[in-house]
Design a protein around this ligand. Structure first.
Ligand code: NDP
Length: 500
């Protein structure tokens, strides 16, 4: 039975949607309803955007170091509540508790890191070419940001967007994924408690399909920051493009771990198991391909199949669980649908491949950790994002071929190489067409102080996290101050200027 009702947060007040309708927030491990959430309408979106617009002027003029102090307080509250937040996250979207704690910790890291930007946000002061003239650049906020987020990192990803947006003086309308309204509410509660003024952050719960276009098109929304599927990302970019609105899009991945013939195979195995089956394979950086040199392929496949078969499915709160459920029935069906597709194209299911149909597991959305072998680079399972606990092993004969196969996808998020040869490692670092590269580590495990994002169709060229995040949520303003008291013409009066 539902114990919690989750509401929108608009103009500093927790309110139900104007429709009065609600949707259920369920535990994907057993179908239990853990909360209900208000189901917003486009009228609620209007109210949230108007609230953010009203708050913008006073927030942008509030000194950035003071904004940073609010974020520091928010980080401290997150740390205090880490265990409770992680528990609710596991209940809401299924990943095992240790991973949920990692998700919250990433949010804390991001919040503290960005809080420090309250006293940085460096611009340039450069010499002017004319005498008695000052030249400098500074960051300027965009205005109102729409932050649209997925369910797989329901705490960390919203902090990647909301914290840099706020520190730079933007106000925000936050539309979280409908599978994870609870963690979104918890994040907003924390920022409210930390002292964020009313209207600066607004939360709208409800279906992206119905609210999304309205939010994206709203004339008072200046930038859309989106993380999610490629289809939705393309749809949003299309609408925003016509309106010449700024969009930051982080989309899908088809990441690969390359294991060369000089690799430490056991180390590579640890990386593969963690990267392919962690979060039930529902990370945008999950290793859904393993590219194995034929010198190590047989050994690697034998061991990988053995390890995958031993992984224990279960509720993410149980300490015996290695792999939790996928997020929904639709996700489970999608993963399962790839099994016949793989076999029809000539691949072999060497481990897993089934949906458990007995006992407690039958109540949730589980799929066995699956290893596909005999996979060729152009098969659908090697090209399409399955977003579940499935990895495909592709054999190659050389480093050249490994890099070619790695880059043979439309995505370009994360890649990894296991090798003891420094030349091969550097070559891989240079040639991998991915925004993130690991050497002797799996494809997951990014830290927030470096840019995060992908090449090619994984995104539209922007990066989250690190200093790069500041570039998404601000625009450069170049300022020239001429204190000579006379007309000085750049590129003309300085031309051939005499030395004093
Ligand atoms: P979706 O694209 O379905 O949803 C993402 C968000 O967009 C949700 O909040 C959703 O709302 C909303 N949305 C849906 N339709 C629209 C619309 N027409 N207009 C505006 N917003 C809309 O993705 P998933 O939630 O299924 O996330 C999984 C995907 O995200 C995977 O493909 C994964 O690779 C990618 N991802 C990428 C990451 C990266 O950094 N590159 C990180 C994490 C995930 P609602 O939930 O209500 O439908």
């Amino acid at each position: 039975m539902a114990t919690t009702h989750l509401k929108n947060y608009i103009d500093g007040r927790w309110v139900d949607s104007s429709s009065g309708d609600a949707f259920e927030d369920t535990d994907p491990a057993n179908g239990d309803i853990i909360a209900t959430a208000t189901k917003s309408t486009t009228a609620d979106v209007d109210k949230a955007v108007e609230s953010a617009r009203r708050a913008y002027d006073s927030w942008r003029l509030f000194p950035a170091p003071k904004r940073g102090e609010i974020l520091y307080r928010a980080g401290a509250i997150m740390l205090d509540r880490k265990d409770d937040l992680a528990r609710e996250m596991t209940l809401e979207m299924g990943k095992v508790l240790a991973e949920s704690k990692g998700d919250v910790q990433e949010g804390i890291d991001m919040t503290y890191y960005i809080a420090g930007e309250g006293r940085r946000q460096f611009g340039d002061v450069v010499p002017a070419e004319l005498p008695s003239k000052w030249a400098m650049s500074m960051r300027n906020p965009h205005g109102v940001i729409a932050a649209i987020t997925p369910w797989n990192f329901p705490f960390a990803i919203p902090t990647w967007k909301i914290m840099p947006a706020l520190i730079l003086g933007n106000t925000v309308v936050f539309k979280p994924a409908s599978y994870t309204p609870m963690l979104a509410v918890r994040l907003v509660e924390i920022l409210e408690e930390a002292g964020l003024p009313k209207g600066v952050l607004n939360l709208v719960l409800g279906p992206g399909g119905a609210l999304g276009d309205h939010l994206v098109q709203h004339p008072s929304v200046d930038l859309i920051s989106f993380t999610g599927s490629s289809d939705t990302g393309a749809h949003i970019s299309e609408i925003a493009g016509r309106l010449l609105k700024r969009v930051s899009a982080e989309l899908g991945g088809k990441n690969a771990i390359v294991v060369l013939d000089d690799a430490d195979v056991d180390l590579a195995l640890d990386g593969i198991v963690w990267s392919a089956f962690g979060t039930s394979g529902q990370r945008c950086t999950a290793a859904s391909r393993v590219i194995a040199h034929h010198g190590v392929a047989n050994d690697l496949i034998d061991k990988l199949v053995g390890r995958a078969k031993k992984l224990r499915l279960g509720h993410g709160l149980e300490s015996t669980t290695d792999v939790g459920p996928v997020v929904s029935k639709a996700a489970q069906d999608k993963v399962a649908s790839y099994m016949p597709i793989a076999e029809k194209e000539g691949a072999t299911i060497a481990a897993g491949g089934r949906v458990p149909t007995e006992g407690a597991l039958a109540k949730g959305f589980f799929h066995e950790p699956t290893v596909l072998v005999d996979v060729k680079p152009n098969m659908r399972v090697a090209q399409e994002e399955i977003f579940g606990p499935v990895t495909s092993v592709i054999e190659v004969k050389s480093v050249d071929e490994a890099v070619k196969v790695l880059n043979n996808t439309k995505y370009g998020l994360s890649s990894s190489v296991y090798t003891r040869n420094i030349n091969s490692a550097f070559r891989f670092m240079r040639d991998a067409e991915t925004g993130i590269v690991y050497v002797n580590a799996g494809t997951i495990g990014a830290e927030i102080q470096l840019p995060f994002g992908g090449m090619k169709s994984t995104g539209n060229g922007h990066r989250e996290a690190g200093r790069a995040a500041l570039d998404v949520y601000s625009e450069w303003k170049s300022i020239y101050v001429d204190y000579s008291g006379k007309l000085q013409r750049a590129q003309m009066d300085a031309d051939g200027g005499k030395a004093p």
